[in-house]
Design a protein around this ligand. Structure first.
Ligand code: ADP
Length: 541
């Protein structure tokens, strides 16, 4: 745009001037810390001066290895606004992934939480970390560590001034970076330009997005290393909302007490977080009256979860997105005219991944590249494009060629779209099971099994089969160890046989102790396949 670029800078500027006394709150190892937007702005400018002094400017990456807290939020505004690039690193990844990511991103400064120092040391490799000029431990002292050179955050920032003239930035400048968690192979880097982050922030503020405004108290439970905590630190600041950060891997009791004490109105996280809170509520009293809505995404929100929160007076805002999309793509709001429908019908709509957020475009294509009709039945791969969707991976022409076509991102999600435009994910492209040429949605079978009271978790994969190509096998973690294993397996088999086409019934239902998970808490079907996809499992025809 001639004369004006879309960047993150005005969001912080406005929040400080319009809401100087609004709070940013974080739970840390030392208890609750709180300060105002005015102080937050000062802290960001001090950090900007410190980054300047460390030589960070355009094109330089600043890595973070941190949980959700206010210091991490300071890096969100300081690093991109000096022209650098905020690169959030998932500390739960295996060491070799961390090495790959740091080497690939060539981070120059790396911020690390004291509680994550051990994980970083475990991943440290002189050659992979050759670009890192300085480690900054987020705290007021440096614990015993082999990493060097190392400074504590307070000393790194302390002597610097709270005055800082932000430089004029081009909106095409990369401002952020996040690697996809690698459920589908080697991590792939996604760069977010200033303009992408600006556009995503604005979209989240709209009612068709997340409708965040200055009355909100926003608590991101989704980690800040996972697609910028779904953009919430940016959105909350742009809106002038209060921020609440739950700190290192919070448990349900911590989250509930923050809701009660800080008056959280909106929170966000993966389904397992919300299931954990429901379990906690069975044993404890809590006052969740301030909590208006929870954004649930990352994997599908089960209908039972939507119902149970509705009964507690909390709206589940089911959203779908991807690292490549900054991340929000669809949100399952109720369309005008659907508000009055019976509860069950409403929950069924909310359990879909939802309606495309304004500003994006989508198409659903079959194997021949033809668009499939929006009839709620025909499957195809979802393609999307728009102002906050990337069109490439960082230094990965091979993966870029595979996953993009021009400006379209081929999401790898297999979906149906109903006549009202609600997108429903039926599977990931590699997970959908093809048996005798017919598709089986592993996700639907999993959900049906997980709806059974005696089941804690379940996953379904395709196992190679001589005659049919693939047949479904279910791996189930029972809710209670004492269960009669054989009768549960039989019961689950008949349950699917009753409700689904006959070829959908799993040929094997195996009870296991645990389902392997990815670093972001999703079922890791790659590992399930490696460990269990044994043709001998399947019953004889
Ligand atoms: P990865 O593919 O490495 O897990 P992401 O965290 O970017 O990386 O995950 C994006 C994928 O997560 C989507 O393509 C989709 O398969 C899944 N996903 C995200 N939100 C939802 C949702 N609400 N329901 C079902 N699946 C979801």
């Amino acid at each position: 745009m001639p004369g004006y670029d879309q960047t993150l800078q005005p969001f912080l500027w406005r929040a400080e001037r319009l809401y100087p006394g609004r709070e940013v709150v974080a739970r840390t190892a030392d208890g609750i810390e709180r300060y105002t937007y005015r102080e937050f702005g000062d802290a960001c400018r001090r950090l900007a001066n410190a980054l300047d002094a460390a030589g960070i400017g355009e094109g330089d990456r600043v890595g973070t290895f941190c949980w959700n807290h206010h210091r991490h939020a300071e890096t969100y505004f300081a690093a991109p606004n000096v022209g650098g690039q905020l690169h959030t690193i998932n500390p739960l990844l295996p060491p070799e992934h961390v090495q790959y990511i740091v080497r690939n991103a060539a981070d120059r400064v790396l911020f690390v939480d004291p509680s994550l120092l051990g994980a970083l040391e475990a991943a440290y490799d002189e050659e992979a970390f050759a670009s890192v000029e300085r480690f900054v431990v987020v705290g007021d002292a440096v614990p015993e560590t082999a990493l060097e050179p190392v400074t504590d955050y307070d000393s790194f920032v302390g002597a610097h001034d709270a005055e800082y003239d932000w430089p004029e930035l081009d909106e095409e400048l990369p401002a952020g970076m996040c690697y996809t968690s690698g459920t589908t192979g080697k991590p792939k880097g996604v760069e977010y330009t200033q303009q992408m982050l600006w556009a995503h922030t604005m979209a989240t503020l709209t009612p068709a997005g997340l409708g965040i405004d200055d009355s909100d108290v926003v608590m991101p439970v989704v980690p800040m290393f996972h697609v910028n905590a779904w953009g919430l630190p940016f959105s909350a600041t742009a809106a002038g909302a209060k921020h609440v950060y739950p700190g290192p891997s919070p448990d349900p009791a911590d989250l509930v007490s923050l809701v009660e004490e800080e008056g959280v109105t909106l929170s966000a996280g993966v389904p397992t977080v919300w299931l954990g809170i429901l379990e906690f509520l069975e044993e404890h009293d809590a006052d969740l009256s301030s909590l208006e809505r929870i954004v649930v995404g990352g994997s599908a929100a089960p209908e039972s979860l939507i119902r149970r929160y509705d009964e507690l007076g909390v709206e589940v805002v089911h959203a779908w997105g991807m690292t490549e999309m900054s991340p929000i793509g669809t949100v399952a709001h109720l369309k005008e005219g659907l508000e009055g429908v019976p509860h069950e019908e409403r929950y069924a709509k909310q359990a879909k991944q939802g309606l495309l957020v304004p500003g994006l475009e989508m198409r659903v294509v079959d194997d021949d590249g033809e668009e499939v009709p929006w009839n709620g039945e025909d499957f195809g791969e979802l393609w999307v494009r728009g102002p906050w969707v990337t069109d490439r991976y960082f230094e990965r022409p091979d993966a870029t060629q595979q996953d993009f076509e021009g400006s379209w991102l081929k999401t790898g999600d297999i979906v149906t779209v109903d006549p009202e435009g609600y997108v429903q994910i039926v599977d990931r492209a590699g997970d959908v099971i093809k048996s005798g040429g017919e598709w089986i949605s592993s996700v639907e079978v999993e959900n049906a099994i997980m709806a059974h009271d005696a089941v804690a978790e379940a996953t379904v994969i395709g196992v190679p089969h001589e005659k049919w190509g693939e047949r479904p096998a279910a791996f189930v973690v029972p809710a209670d160890d004492g269960v009669d294993r054989e009768s549960l397996a039989d019961e689950l088999t008949s349950l699917i046989a009753e409700d689904y086409p006959d070829w959908w019934t799993p040929d094997a239902v195996e009870l296991i102790a645990e389902i392997p998970k990815t670093a972001t808490g999703k079922f890791d079907k790659k590992v399930v396949r490696e460990e269990h996809a044994d043709p001998e499992l399947l019953a004889e025809d």
